[in-house]
Design a protein around this ligand. Structure first.
Ligand code: KG4
Ligand code: ZN
Length: 341
């Protein structure tokens, strides 16, 4: 039996078929359509454009995902109901409610942030070596809208233990890219700029960017000052392509060092069995390589999603519906400001 999962929180529309149990979650199909290219000329997500594209995308995606399957093979419908953009969430939620009603299938409302973490419970390996993350687990969501640390005692008992005071890390990547004249979404374009960097290049006016709150003995993060420092360092200075690449690298390094430092601080306090880092920014090469370098041979065991499940996708919504099934009724309403717990 399968779950039909729907995600439409921000500028992606995604539909997936997912099956399995908490120890072995499998993705059968996962299709994602994004309006990011259309948003690029505005330098960020315009909610109205996102919603208009989602209206167009959602039914064809559902048809494509269900192609070859019968409705009797679908056991439940799962949908992200927050956090996110109201207009975008409404499209997924109302579509899911309509299918659930028409097909007489139970409806599961999924928290989008819980789903990012649930992406690490997807078994995408064919071999028998796969093991699901063990509890207690330390989770970190690094996405466009959030930077949160959570302690997970088991599938259901989660506690928020820290996070950003101001901007989310992904938002800071997007703004840093904008400052450097790189296109939206900022994370991938900063990463592409870094690939072009000549390792021995140093810009004339180079200063190191700050590592905000890195020495503070707590689990709080801040990215707004980092973005402002980049703006200050590059404002009014004519910078060539190689300077842009250098600043992109310096910004990414600063963000990466802060993330790793706060994660390690939480690890020292809580001694979890597993560390889970998920969300759109977990696709970042420098962050992934640093995490793997630090935690791969040691306990706790590190889990980062497969690249295709880092950004917004419906497979993670289906995974969360298996991990933390919470049945809801037809009065399910989008909640744009839902927190991770
Ligand atoms: O999780 P996500 O797809 O949407 C939210 O839930 O917010 O995250 C989107 C964020 C954007 O800010 C984007 O710039 C960032 O993830 N991102 C990256 C990378 N790929 C996407 N940031 C850094 N490096 C990347 N490779
Ligand atoms: Zn997301």
């Amino acid at each position: 039996m399968m779950i039909l999962a729907i995600e439409s929180s921000c500028d992606e529309t995604s539909v997936a078929l997912v099956s399995g149990n908490t120890k072995d979650i499998r993705v059968i199909k996962n299709l994602v359509s994004s309006s990011a290219e259309l948003q690029a000329k505005y330098g960020g997500v315009v909610p109205e454009i996102a919603a208009r594209e989602q209206i167009k995308a959602i039914m064809p995606l559902i048809e494509m995902v269900l192609d070859g399957y019968k409705k009797d093979e679908i056991e439940k419908i799962a949908v992200a109901y927050g956090p996110g953009l109201m207009g975008s969430l409404l499209i997924g939620v109302e579509t899911a409610k309509a299918i659930s009603w028409a097909w007489d299938k139970p409806l599961i409302g999924v928290n989008h942030l819980v789903a990012h973490i649930a992406a690490c419970f997807i078994n995408d390996k064919e071999d028998s070596e796969w093991v699901a993350p063990k509890f207690p687990a330390l989770g970190m969501v690094i996405s466009g809208g959030h930077t949160d640390l959570v302690l997970m005692e088991n599938e259901n008992e989660w506690r928020w233990i820290g996070g950003t005071r101001d901007d989310a890390i992904g938002e800071a990547f997007d703004k840093a890219a904008n400052i450097l004249g790189l296109p939206y979404p900022g994370g991938p374009s900063i990463q592409r700029a870094i690939e072009e960097l000549d390792p021995i290049y140093l810009p004339q006016n180079h200063v190191k960017l700050p590592r905000p709150m890195i020495r503070d003995n707590n689990l709080e993060l801040s990215f707004s000052g980092l973005k402002a420092a980049l703006n200050k360092a590059t404002l009014g200075v004519s910078i060539g392509r190689m300077d842009v690449c250098w600043w992109a690298n310096e910004f990414n390094r600063a963000a990466c060092e802060v993330i790793l430092s706060k994660l390690e601080r939480a690890n020292e306090i809580y001694h979890p069995e597993s560390i889970i880092v998920a969300g759109g920014v977990s696709a970042n090469r420098m962050i992934r390589e640093s995490l793997i370098g630090k935690y791969s041979d040691t306990s706790p065991r590190l889990f980062i999603p497969n690249l295709k499940y880092c950004g917004d996708n419906a497979a993670m919504i289906g995974a969360a519906a298996i991990l933390r099934p919470s049945l809801v009724s037809f009065d399910l309403a989008p909640d744009p400001s839902l927190g991770v717990v």
